[in-house]
Design a binder for this molecule. Sequence first.
Ligand SMILES: Nc1nc2c(ncn2[C@@H]2O[C@H](COP(=O)(O)OP(=O)(O)O)[C@@H](O)[C@H]2O)c(=O)[nH]1
Ligand SMILES: [Mg+2]
Length: 500
Amino acid sequence: MFRLRNLRFAGTDPAHVNPVPYNGTIRMAEPDLNPTLSNPIATDTIVAISTPPGRGGIGIVRLSGPQAAAIAIELVQLHHPLEHARARLADVLDVLDTSETGANRIDEAVVTFFAAPNSYTSDDLVEIAAHGSPVVLDLLLRRALDLGARLAEPGEFTQRAFLSGKLDLTQAEAVRDLIEAQTLTQARQAASQMGGALSHRVQPIKQALVELIALLEAGIDFAEDDIDVTPQTEIARCIYELTPPLAALEASYARGRVVHDGLTMAIVGRPNAGKSSLFNQLVERDRAIVTAAPGTTRDLVTERISLDGIPLELVDTAGLREAFEEVEQLGIARSREALADASLVLVVLDATQPLNTEERALLSAVEGRPAVVVLNKCDLPIANTLNFDLSEAESTAIPPLKTSALTGEGIATLRERILALATGGAAAERGLLTSLRHQQAIATTRIALADAAQANTNNIPHEMILIDLYRALWALDSLTGQTTSDDILNLIFSTFCIGK
Ligand SMILES: Nc1nc2c(ncn2[C@@H]2O[C@H](COP(=O)(O)OP(=O)(O)O)[C@@H](O)[C@H]2O)c(=O)[nH]1
Ligand SMILES: [Mg+2]
C-alpha cells in the first residue's frame, strides 16, 4: 500500500520511519515541538555531584537511571520511604568507619525522588542534598559507585532529557547558556530559549516546508491516481514565502551573538583627547591612569562591563600619533591592532583642538564600521569657539556626540548610543539564533531552498527538487534535533483524501 523511497529519508535513519496506515479520515497534522525520539531507554544509572566544587551550605548528589531509587535506599538511611516529588529526611552513615561501634551518622540529608517519566531526565531521579562538605559528598559519590552507579559524563543528565524528548536541542543548549550567563539579559535570553522560543519561531517555517514536501510527494506517489502534479508557479511561491522568515532568523544571529558572547569596544583617538578619562567613566572607577601629559597610556587596558546586560569589553589604547620613543611606538602598534579587532569603536576627538591628519584618517577608517564618535572636553569654553572644527567633524558619516569626561555630560547618552549600536534592540527580541551551529543550520536551509527554487525554474523533475527540499528540512531539523519523517508521512495521508 505504501512505498518508501530512499531519497525521502536521506540523512535520517530509516528505522525511525513508521508508515501510518491510512484510516480514511482527513486530519491536519498538529505541530509537535517535542516529539519523542526513539529513546534509547537508559539502562545504567549515572551519578554526579551537581553542586560546584568546594564548600557550601548544601551539596547535592544526583542519581538518574533505573537503579536510582534502589541505590539511594542503600546509600542513606531514609526516615520514610521515597515518594515521587517528596522530600525525605535521611541519615548519611560513615560506612568507611571500621571501628567497633561501626557506621555512625556523619551527616543528615534531604532526599528528593522523582519517578520516571516525571523527572528532569525522564528516568527515575534522586537528589540527595547533604551539607556542602566535599568530604561527605565524596563519600556519597564513592558509595554510589560501589553500589553500581556510573560516574555521569558532563551534561549527561540534560543529554538524557534530550534523548527522552523532554527538551529539544536548542532547549538543551539553553540550559547550558543559563548556567553560564553572566548578566541578567543573557539569563533571560537563555530562559526564553529554554522555554522553546527559538523552536517556536522555527516551527511555522518547518510546517510550511513539510507541507510543500507532502504536496510534491503526493504528486509523485499518486500521479496515476488523478492527482494533479503541483504546478511550477505554486512550488516557486511556496519556496519564496519561506525566504523572509528564514532571512529574519538568520539575521537575528548578529544580535543573538552579542547577547550570548558580548562585544569588544576599542577607545581610540589622539593623545590627551580624554580616552582614559572616558574609559574610567564607562567602567565607573579609576581604572586607567589619567594625566595631563600626552602619551601616558602605553599598553592596552581592558575592563569588562555590563551595559544594560550586554557584556562589553572596553579597551583603552595609546593615543595615535607619530611617536619617537620605542615603548610608545609599540603601544601605538597595539592600539592599531585593537582598533582592527574590535567589533565597536569609540573615537574620541578633543573639542579644543582642530582635527589633525591622524584624526581625519581615523574617521574615514571607521566609516561603515559600528562606531561612536565623541567630541570630548565640551565643558571647556574654547570648545565652543572652534566652530570650524566642529562643523568638519559633524560633516562625517557618524555625527559626533558632545561629552565631558570631567563633568559627566553626555556620558548617559554615550552609553545609550553604544548599547543601540551593540544590540540593535536584541535584548527584547525572542527566539534569536545564539550560536554558530544555529546560524549554520539556517544558512544550510536557505541554500538548499535556493537550490530547490533554481531546480524548479529549470524544470527539473520533482524527485530531484525533493532532494533539495529534504536537505533544507534536514538542516532545519538539525537545529532542534528533531526527526521528521513520520510527520511528513502523516501529512501526506492527512491532507489528501486518497481513499481507494
Ligand atoms: N576639561 C576637561 N578635561 C578633560 C576631559 N577629559 C579628559 N580631560 C583631561 O585631559 C587630560 C588627558 O586625559 P586622558 O584621559 O589621560 O587622555 P588620553 O590620553 O586620551 O587617555 C587629563 O588631564 C584629563 O584630566 C574633559 O572632558 N574635560
Ligand atoms: Mg590614556
